[in-house]
Design a protein around this ligand. Structure first.
Ligand SMILES: [Zn+2]
Length: 295
């Protein structure tokens, strides 16, 4: 599943290839990827023909093509989505879902949305060029230069939820996926179930800095992904054999203390941590448990 660094790689690739191009026509080959567009496949195609692409932006794992007239095409790659820039002569991909024919900057190329599992999708966001209203509730991500570090730390320390849940809470910080959360927590030596309100300001700041560090590193290497389906905008695999410290290393020795890395179930996924470097929090008494927030 593409995480934020992969989506940023896609955004940057699209920016390079499609800004300045005009969409001459659109084909929706399967209705599911445009299911969230209230105007349906017909409206989607009609709204986009003849529009000029002025920019490619991103918030968290969402990206959008900013169009002339102030509208946008908002996209999410879901589990297996790809945005490919292809010459028209290139054979259709097996899971090609939406085709944009372009002229101008992209020199007659096609922009193709390919998605095997179709959890991702595209929609026209009227007035969404600056920030699509559909995603206005999503917080900035740690790679965004306008991200408010102090505000994040304050909100974390007011919450009774575990720090890993808070890292994955898109209204607090976006784009920190499961892998990066586990890596950041290992680096910061903080257990994911430690409640935000039990973190010192220094520890909460450290977790945030480590999350940013992991994401910057992944971005520099072109993104990491365990999903072989992930391909970046040029069709090259974004996978790289990066050594992760905690994620996916159940039973292997911790690189700091040699204790075996443990895996526990977490929100239908897994959490990996070192039980020695990342001490699990002591159980709460009944009194304090009552103060815990719902999530
Ligand atoms: Zn350890």
């Amino acid at each position: 599943m593409p995480e934020l660094p992969e989506v940023e790689v896609v955004r940057a690739g699209l920016e390079r290839f499609v800004v300045g191009a005009t969409i001459t026509s659109v084909d929706v080959l399967h209705p599911r990827p445009v299911r969230r567009d209230p105007t349906g496949p017909t409206g989607f195609c009609a709204a986009l023909s003849g529009r000029h692409i002025e920019g490619v932006r991103r918030r968290g794992k969402y990206f959008w093509l900013a169009l002339d007239g102030g509208d946008a095409v908002l996209g999410h790659l879901g589990m297996s989505g790809q945005m490919l820039v292809q010459p028209p002569a290139a054979p259709d991909e097996r899971h090609l879902r939406v085709r944009f024919r372009l002229e101008g900057a992209a020199e007659g190329r096609e922009l193709r949305f390919v998605d095997q599992r179709m959890f991702g999708g595209l929609l026209v966001s009227p007035g969404g060029a600056e920030l699509p209203p559909e995603i206005a509730h999503i917080a900035r991500d740690p790679l965004d230069e306008l991200f408010d570090d102090d505000g994040f730390v304050r909100r974390v320390r007011r919450s009774g939820s575990g720090i890993k849940r808070l890292l994955l809470d898109q209204t607090l910080v976006s784009g920190v996926g499961n892998i990066y959360a586990d890596e950041a927590l290992w680096l910061a030596r903080v257990h994911g179930e430690r409640p935000g309100e039990r973190l010192t300001r220094g520890a909460a700041t450290e977790v945030l800095h480590r999350a940013r560090e992991v994401m910057v590193e992944a971005l520099a290497q072109g993104g990491t992904s365990f999903d072989a389906l992930y391909v970046n905008v040029n069709g090259e695999s974004g996978y790289f054999d990066r050594s992760l410290h905690a994620y996916g290393r159940e039973g292997e020795p911790c690189e700091r203390c040699a204790a075996p890395i443990r895996r526990v179930a977490f929100m239908n996924r897994s959490s990996y941590f070192c039980p020695v470097c990342q001490r699990p929090p002591r159980r709460r008494t009944t009194t304090t448990a009552g103060r815990r927030s719902a999530n």
